[in-house]
Design a protein. Sequence first.
Length: 262
Amino acid sequence: MLRALYTAATGMKAQQLFLDNVSNNLSNINTTGFKRSQVNFQDLLYSKRYIAGSESAQGFEIPAGIQLGGGVRTISISKVFSQGNHVNTERELDLAIQGKGFFQIQQSDGSIAYTRDGSFQLNSKGEVVTADGLPLSPSITITNATEISIGTDGTVYVKGSDPSGTLQNVGQIMLTMFPNPSGLDSLGKNLYLETMASGSPIVTVAGEQGTGEIYQGFLENSNVETVTELVSLITAQRAYEINSRAISASDEMLSTINSMAR
């Protein structure tokens, strides 16, 4: 019964973390480029009373042993980088990636972060920046433009005040891929950082090596599915209740034993 108390407690802890993760997914359902997180569980060590295949007292082989599990633990929470739906905004600097790539963003300390959020703007210097003012890498500057055109390969053209209406190439938006994107470190602010688990970044032109194409005038919605998360919410709640009932049942049995001892 004491074993049941501790085992059920691990279940309650795991379901609490599961519920926290579901809550985070639902709270970011309208966050541009957000990727939902998935909780992965693992059973704990087993206490083995009898080992399957061992010999019984009568000399026969035991076909199935006795193993008592110690509960459950959360082994990882990984990002699911499935494609989100695109929404048409008709803004010239709103960009969506159809594929596995990431935009490169230069942070204030000079390091590079990565994002799927393509809601870019121009700062006072004409640099293409994020909503937090962090510039694209490599930097692209647009000044005195009457029209901005961005190709699916990330090539940026602008039309200035020149009466001829000639398009001028002002830069190239590069995309980055990772061998294991689930290993990226979530920094917040829609940014990710490279880690040893993610592998080294592969920088290439959009449309090459599976990075995907860039679509101007679109943004990528979160890949969170409301129905799926609500089902997970109910599952976590019910599993938490069942584990708490196991603790209550163990407590009642212990109370009964104590009453017998008196």
